[in-house]
Design a protein around this ligand. Structure first.
Ligand code: ADP
Length: 170
């Protein structure tokens, strides 16, 4: 049984994430989509909301489950018997960071491999932070997220109780 993890913040899940998860699910026996839980980062959606949205979005994939982790991803991999960390690559800027992270993770757990999957061209510009920013300004992001995520975004962004966006978002 070859298990892989697709880690991320998924705040919220986009069609770009789901493209990577779906392609990873073709390569591995089982894929765990793992939501990183970090109390020091403010998110638009709570941990529970992000997990629930992912569970709904991944329901059609037979071999995909949703989980969460805090602390080191490599420790999560060891605990869960995961042999590969799957990351999507959009641009050179992703590569710089992801290569550094992959090498750090390899130094922590040499038995866990990092696998990069190139973004589908139609999602190469797509990031959760940008979706939130554009939706918050009234832009149409319906082609970029599942329908129920769009509804949750609109509800959250118009309710006035949105948490601050994650640090570093444009
Ligand atoms: P975001 O950058 O959208 O906030 P996350 O931090 O949740 O996303 O990213 C989780 C993983 O999903 C990362 O490996 C990231 O590179 C990948 N990813 C996110 N959006 C895309 C996309 N549009 N195409 C390919 N991979 C993506």
């Amino acid at each position: 049984m070859r298990r892989a993890v697709c880690p991320g913040s998924f705040d919220p899940v986009t069609l770009g994430h789901l493209d990577i998860v779906g392609r990873a699910s073709q390569l591995f026996d089982e894929v765990v989509v793992a939501v990183g839980v970090n109390p020091s980062k403010s998110r638009l959606f709570s941990d529970e909301e992000r997990i629930a949205m992912l569970e709904r979005a991944c329901a059609d994939f037979d071999n995909v489950t949703v989980s969460s982790f805090s602390g080191l991803l490599t420790e999560f991999c060891r605990r869960e018997g995961i042999i590969a960390i799957v990351k999507g690559l959009r641009a050179v800027s992703d590569f710089d960071y992801e290569l550094q992270m992959a090498q750090m993770n390899a130094s922590l757990a040499a038995e866990v491999e990092t696998v990069f999957i190139p973004t589908a061209p139609e999602y190469s510009f797509l990031a959760s932070s940008l979706v939130k920013e554009v939706a918050g300004l009234g832009g149409d992001v319906s082609a970029l997220v599942p329908d129920f995520v769009l509804q949750a975004l609109v509800a959250r962004l118009t309710s006035g109780d949105a948490a601050a966006d994650e640090p570093g978002a444009p």
